[in-house]
Design a protein around this ligand. Sequence first.
Ligand SMILES: NC(=O)C1=CN([C@@H]2O[C@H](COP(=O)(O)OP(=O)(O)OC[C@H]3O[C@@H](n4cnc5c(N)ncnc54)[C@H](OP(=O)(O)O)[C@@H]3O)[C@@H](O)[C@H]2O)C=CC1
Ligand SMILES: O=C(O)C1=N[C@H](C(=O)O)C[C@H](O)C1
Length: 234
Amino acid sequence: MNIALLGYGKMGKTIEQIAIKRGHNVVLTIDKGDSNYDITKADVAIDFSIPTVAFNNISNCINNKVPVISGTTGWLDNYDKAVALCKEKKGAFIYASNYSLGVNIFFELNKTLAKMMSTLKQYNVSMEETHHTQKLDAPSGTAISLANDIISQHINYDNWKLDGSGDTIIPITAKRIEDVPGTHTVNYESEVDSITIEHVAHTRQGFALGAVIAAEWIAGKTGVFTMNDVLNIG
Ligand SMILES: NC(=O)C1=CN([C@@H]2O[C@H](COP(=O)(O)OP(=O)(O)OC[C@H]3O[C@@H](n4cnc5c(N)ncnc54)[C@H](OP(=O)(O)O)[C@@H]3O)[C@@H](O)[C@H]2O)C=CC1
Ligand SMILES: O=C(O)C1=N[C@H](C(=O)O)C[C@H](O)C1
């Protein structure tokens, strides 16, 4: 496949290595300041850019009938608009807050645990995410997905808040430490014990491989999909 990389930073460069190893061609790499490029020379575009430009990048692909995989976080206020555009133009689009296989299994574990904990009023949930110091958004997209999944399964919680608290609020703490690729923890605390589940990314390779697999999967399809469709889980 001919792949366009929208965002050629830490993730874009990691994705390029994996895409080439899997026999693909990277025909376009776009960074800040690159404009007037021809996206139609790509069979699929992979967007790992920055929150303020992700929606424009995605719209441009959809308007030009190029299937697009987006991993950029922090732009979800415009997610519904991207979905509507994709349906209107009969395009193909996947957004995932986290493309790694391990995190997508962790998402399922988190939902199952939340459902089990829903009847146990003595436990309070809290979350923590830790990432490298260059990260622009907080909390991470993955933390938001985890919190929303808890809310969907647990009767006590109806919202999440960064550094917040409240009876029905899931508090999220975001830490920034140099070179950390991404760690997510969900903790249930009672007076007598704690239950903690955690996913630790050791490198960015897992995110990048998942994004390339999603790009391979979407070829020839139209619609709005998730990683559950790609991995056939959930
Ligand atoms: N879903 C997932 O699995 C994962 C998601 N992410 C998310 O992916 C995004 C990128 O992460 P990462 O690679 O670490 O970040 P980087 O900052 O390393 O890369 C972002 C790149 O986007 C470029 N950029 C700026 N403006 C534009 C533009 N208009 N069009 C295209 N590219 C542009 C930046 O260029 P310049 O430096 O010149 O400004 C930079 O090279 C983040 O939102 C992050 O949260 C990260 C890992 C996994
Ligand atoms: O910015 C990052 O690096 C990461 N961002 C994603 C997020 O916000 O959840 C995924 C991963 O944790 C790495």
